[in-house]
Write a protein that binds this ligand. Structure first.
Ligand code: HPA
Length: 270
């Protein structure tokens, strides 16, 4: 795996010597965020040898290098999901790559189903912690000693400092932000009502199909991590309506302007 990472790293370094400080992963509703920043260079995933490439419609697969204000950023426009069939170690490869390129801080975003009964579709939730019990760990397999230790501590995956930054930024943007625990499932199906009751018993507040694995891999290699979910729908059984991707997309699009404002404000303050 380290060899594969090195190959991808060398492949990117042949195209750009850009030094990012902050890495950003764009979830649903933020897909076009990168179009609004000062772009220096883009690198399509398909141009990188050995790189996992996304199959989901509407997910552009590329790294965008550029500036948000004066902050040099690398953005993943389109992420890799476990449900596409990749090994978990491949799912987190792009995250690790951004860390290897020099990004010390990572902001993860996603669309998620609301489990906490206080949540409404369109709310944002700052991720305080996560549960990955329902998916394989991205750290399974031979440890990459070059990146981090075999048995990493996970008691503060989402940096306390960055959580405070997000709270302050949300306030500055007049956004009432929720906080909670994100639970990752494999997808691609939405959960059953029984699974959502399990999430409630576990102490989860939102469910999704990404993010937590990326946070783990980034934390393993010493990056400072934070995350924000857009609650696009109430999780299965919380409301009586059936779930479909269209509702998720519609809610994400509806609040995308405030999501973008929040993300920009956070990046400038990270
Ligand atoms: N479940 C899982 N993933 C999701 C959901 C959900 O309800 N909404 C958006 N992504």
């Amino acid at each position: 795996m380290y060899q594969k990472l090195k190959t991808c790293y060398d492949s990117i370094r042949q195209k750009t010597d850009f030094q990012p400080e902050v890495a950003l992963v764009l979830g649903s509703g933020l897909g076009d965020y990168a179009d609004g920043i000062q772009i220096e260079q883009t690198v399509d995933y398909t141009d990188l040898e050995g790189f996992p490439v996304s199959t989901v419609k509407g997910h552009k697969g590329r790294f965008v290098f550029g500036y948000v204000g004066k902050v040099p950023v690398v953005i993943m426009q389109g992420r890799v999901h476990y449900y596409e069939g990749y090994a978990m170690s491949d799912v987190v490869l792009p995250t690790r790559l951004m860390g290897m390129l020099g990004a010390k801080k990572l902001l993860l975003t996603n669309a998620a189903g609301g489990v906490n009964s206080a949540f409404q579709p369109g709310d944002f939730m700052m991720i305080t912690d996560h549960i990955t019990t329902a998916v394989p760990s991205p750290l399974i397999g031979k440890n990459i000693d070059e990146l981090g230790t075999r048995f990493p501590d996970m008691s503060e995956v989402y940096s306390k400092r960055l959580r405070e930054v997000i709270r302050k930024c949300a306030k500055d943007c007049h956004i009432d932000i929720q906080e909670g625990v994100y639970v990752q499932f494999t997808g691609p199906s939405y959960e059953t009502p029984a699974e959502i009751r399990l999430v409630q018993a576990w102490g989860g507040d939102a469910v999704g199909m990404s993010t937590a694995c990326e946070a783990m891999a980034a934390h393993h290699m010493g990056m400072e991590v934070c995350g924000i979910s857009c609650i696009t729908n109430l999780a299965a059984g919380i409301s009586n309506v059936q779930l479909d991707h269209k509702e998720v997309q519609e809610t994400a699009d509806r609040v995308s302007a405030s999501f973008k404002e929040l993300v920009t404000t956070v990046i400038l303050a990270m």
